[in-house]
Write a protein that binds this ligand. Structure first.
Ligand code: G6Q
Length: 428
């Protein structure tokens, strides 16, 4: 949460936001240390062993992706404290499966909802409270909340503690606030979360550079705008060659598409140019055995964003046929970039590769808290810069409202026409 240079006040509406977020970070660290030391326990005086985050959208995707990115690194570096699980979907199978796989008596739940009103999250909270009650436990001794100070959850007695974020920060930009901070500090310790923030802060500093060649986020943004608006490419693939980044593309989907998938500019006027692309991706090399066929030989050209690391996270590796698995992983990145760019002529049209598929790559030594923070901040800043160029408001998401309103009508049986027909088909 201290993402700028230490000491710089960040004043908004007369409030020093640095002081506010530093205070939240400190409070989270204190709580995490108590949990790890066993001074904050369940009612039986036993240590919590698992942390479960309940939240959806921005209150789930980023924190979940960050947890998965550091889980194995933390285990290999002896800083792993507690397993984390996540409940997001209102599909009852999500909560049931998580609850079945944990020991609720030793679990601490984090309810994350900036607004405190999200239907899925409140439903899942009730689901979890039921499970705790059925196990003879006092739910309020097993739950903390992360929310905004103005939300209905802020002053509730239902939680052991509450941590805050600003209500105007989109959830997709909130992984570095208490939204990600609580679960990451509990799972890996407050120091790991602090290193993650330091990495993000360093990348933010680069994003202030006016020289395009020294500002990777702005450069990446402008390459993306060129691909989208000049070359007319409608999709971008994110291809991290790191198992730890298995959910990173899912987080970027939200970050990018919810921010810049807009048809009006900041003044509400329709735009006469295209804006944000479709984003999708999977970790390499798995993606290679899935959708790369279309990337290499399909009729659409899809720009590619590779991410690669020189070293793996866990230290364990094996030499098979003269190379390590890590070398094989990296060799695949090299091969793919060149294959996409250069292609290969073949008289057999079915075996011909046109090439000309543009790509960029971000290379790190290893995926660790600091590099993960930097990677996250890179993409946050990229999306922000693209929003500036397209002159859209990257920080609202009105496009998600209509579906919510109609779902409420369906649940209230206030339907006609297609709403009624589909409701009947699904037995609602
Ligand atoms: C993200 C969006 C959205 C939001 C969820 C959860 O940028 O605003 O995905 O994070 O709808 O909202 P709450 O945190 O308010 O429950």
């Amino acid at each position: 949460m201290t993402r700028g240079q230490l000491g710089d006040a960040v004043v908004v509406d007369g409030v020093d936001k640095r002081a506010f977020y530093t205070e939240q970070q400190k409070k989270i660290a204190e709580l995490a240390e108590k949990v790890h030391a066993g001074t904050l326990t369940n009612a039986a005086g036993e240590k919590f062993t698992t942390v479960v985050q309940i939240g959806i959208g921005g209150s789930d995707l980023g924190p979940r992706a960050m947890y998965l990115a550091l889980e194995n690194w933390a285990k290999a570096n002896n800083t792993f404290k507690m397993e984390a699980r996540f409940i997001s979907n209102v599909d009852p199978d999500d909560a049931s499966a998580v609850l079945d796989g944990i020991d609720v008596a030793h679990s601490l739940f984090i309810l994350v909802s900036k607004s405190g009103t999200t239907l899925e999250t409140l439903t899942n909270e009730a689901f979890v409270k039921d499970a705790l009650k059925n196990a003879g436990l006092d739910a309020s001794k097993h739950m903390i909340a992360v929310t905004s100070e103005t939300s209905p959850l802020a002053k509730s007695d239902d939680y052991l503690a509450a941590f805050f974020m600003d209500d105007y920060i989109g959830g997709r930009f909130s992984s570095t606030s208490a939204v990600g901070g609580a679960v990451l500090s509990l799972a890996f310790g407050p120091d790991v979360f602090a290193q993650f923030l330091e990495g993000a802060a360093k990348e933010d500093e680069l994003a202030k550079n006016k020289d395009l060649r020294k500002n990777p986020a702005m450069l990446d943004a402008l390459i993306g705008v060129y691909e989208r608006n000049i070359l007319g490419y409608g999709t971008t693939a994110v291809l991290p060659y790191s198992q730890g980044l298995s959910r990173f593309p899912a987080h970027l989907q939200q970050l990018d598409m919810e921010s810049n998938g807009k048809s009006v500019n900041r003044f509400g006027e329709p735009v006469d140019y295209v804006t944000g692309p479709v984003i999708f991706g999977e970790p390499g090399t798995n993606g290679q055995h899935s959708f790369y066929q279309l990337l290499h030989q399909g009729t659409d050209i899809i720009p590619l964003q590779f991410v690669g690391f020189k070293n793996n996270q866990m230290g364990t590796d094996v030499v098979i046929e003269g190379s390590t698995s890590q070398q094989k992983l990296c060799a695949n990145v090299v091969a793919q970039i060149v294959a996409f760019a250069c292609g290969k002529a073949d008289d057999n049209r079915n075996k011909n590769f046109e090439g000309g598929r543009p790509s960029s790559i971000i290379i790190g030594d290893q995926l660790n808290p600091a590099t993960l923070g930097a990677l996250l901040a890179h993409f946050e800043n990229k999306v922000m810069f693209q929003g500036f160029v397209w002159n859209v408001n990257s920080f609202d998401q009105e496009g998600v409202q209509l579906g919510k309103v109609l779902a409420k009508r369906v649940l209230a049986h206030d339907t006609d026409g297609a709403l009624k027909v589909y409701s009947e088909l699904l037995n609602i």
